[in-house]
Design a protein around this ligand. Structure first.
Ligand code: C5P
Length: 397
């Protein structure tokens, strides 16, 4: 059931738009509320009046409607929902989403939102299979956009194949699954992720190869179990997941400050690859002085964020989880690290180059807690994240 949940429903211009009217009815029957947004093309298939009558809400159609801006800006409109649903998601609308366009109300809302997005594609089979469309689908998937369908079957254009929009009852099921309360509902989890950049001078910095993939997958999995997630991320190469509160930082010191201000939390997971040292950065760009002698960089130790939070006397999260990227004696080193830092669990992995783990799609971890070491089989970073999120939920239960 969707009691109290708010859905922003973007209706694209396709013959399947008529099914979206049924979807509005089903969402309301399930206890949710719907704010419909119709693209210009959608209005050729269904009228704003029908959508508004079924939703019992104002319908939005234009970016330049100043009255709407006074009532509710497009940023607020895009963020006040629990879920943004695009149904039907036409090839054109998905191309705009994948390309980051913002030339009408629907695409602007989709670019501005920080809530999770679910698309229900609908188009001709050839359009669906077209490589350009498939590239866009893959991009949206990588961006964390959820998708239901399309289904395979007879199409309005007389062809047969994948391209039919999923049935409204199935879309409702996907919406309910996305918004279902999970074991972590009501719990706040702070996750750090990505590398840090430590400036040498205004144009150079010291960094590391962390992509942020494991931390991102973990934040997504935790929020999938209902947690409110604050995601403190360094300059990662993968985008942050949808539906979490993102705090972007560069340096270890900024990361510590962001974590402190995100507390209190029920759990904190430190997946970031934090630089151990920072440089006493020069104010201006360091130049070669012609002497042939390289400059000396003066390094100072960074604060250990994991150890600082683990050893907090007041307001320590109930569960503190650290990661240990090791190249040899993985379990022994990680076990010692758990003790030294004072965290509850250490998730250890072997990042020797031959494992392909650092910057790759898979991970093989050993979870070390007070009871001992638990070796998990090699799996995708998403699968490791889901298992770890479930273990965290069990520990907080
Ligand atoms: O000591 P080491 O860097 O191997 O420890 C790794 C763990 O400690 C990771 O969980 C990492 O996020 C955390 N860490 C931290 N602050 C640092 C260094 C590491 O939070 N300055």
């Amino acid at each position: 059931m969707l009691h109290g949940k708010r859905i922003l429903l973007i209706i694209g211009g396709g013959i399947a738009a008529f099914k979206s009217l049924e979807l509005i009815r089903l969402i309301r029957k399930s206890g949710g509320s719907v704010t419909p947004v119709l693209t210009r093309a959608a209005q050729e298939f269904v009228t704003p009046l029908s959508a508004s009558a079924l939703a019992a809400e104002k319908v939005y159609t234009s970016l330049f409607d100043l009255t709407d801006e006074a009532e509710m800006g497009h940023i607020e409109l895009s963020r006040s929902a629990d879920l943004v649903v695009v149904a039907p998601a036409t090839a054109d609308l998905m191309a705009k989403m994948a390309g980051g366009h913002a030339d009408d109300l629907a695409s602007t809302l989709l670019l501005a939102t920080d809530t999770p997005v679910l698309v229900a594609p609908a188009m001709n089979v050839r359009m669906w299979l077209n490589p350009a469309n498939q590239r866009n689908v893959a991009t949206l998937e990588a961006d964390g956009v959820h998708r239901i369908g399309p289904d395979e079957g007879d199409m309005a254009c007389g062809e047969y194949g994948p391209g039919r929009m999923s049935e409204p009852a199935d879309i409702l099921g996907a919406i309910e699954a996305r918004l279902a309360d999970g074991p972590l509902t009501g719990q706040h989890v702070v996750v750090t992720s990505g590398p840090t950049h430590e400036p040498i001078d205004p144009v150079r910095y010291i960094a590391n190869r962390s992509s942020g993939a494991q931390g991102t997958a973990l934040a997504l999995a935790l929020s999938g179990l209902g947690a409110r997630v604050t995601f403190v991320t360094g300059p990662a190469s993968v985008p942050p997941p949808p539906g979490v509160s993102v705090v972007r930082v560069e340096t270890a010191n900024e990361m510590l400050a962001a974590v402190r201000s995100a507390l209190p939390a029920d759990a904190a997971v430190f997946a970031a690859a934090v630089a151990d040292w920072h440089v006493e950065a020069a104010k201006g760009k360091i130049k070669k002085d012609g002497s042939g002698k390289p400059p000396t960089l003066k390094l100072s130790e960074n604060p250990d964020i994991l150890a600082t939070v683990s050893q907090m006397k007041k307001g320590r999260p109930k569960l503190v989880v650290g990661f240990a990227a090791e190249t040899d004696d993985v379990v022994a080193n990680a076990t010692a690290k758990r003790k030294r830092k004072g965290c509850d669990w250490i998730v250890a992995n072997d990042v020797s180059p031959e494992t392909g783990i650092m910057g790759g799609h898979e991970n093989a971890v050993t979870v070390i807690d007070a009871e001992g070491a638990e070796e998990w089989p090699r799996a995708s970073k998403e699968q490791v994240a889901r298992r770890l999120a479930q273990r965290i939920a069990d520990a907080l239960a």
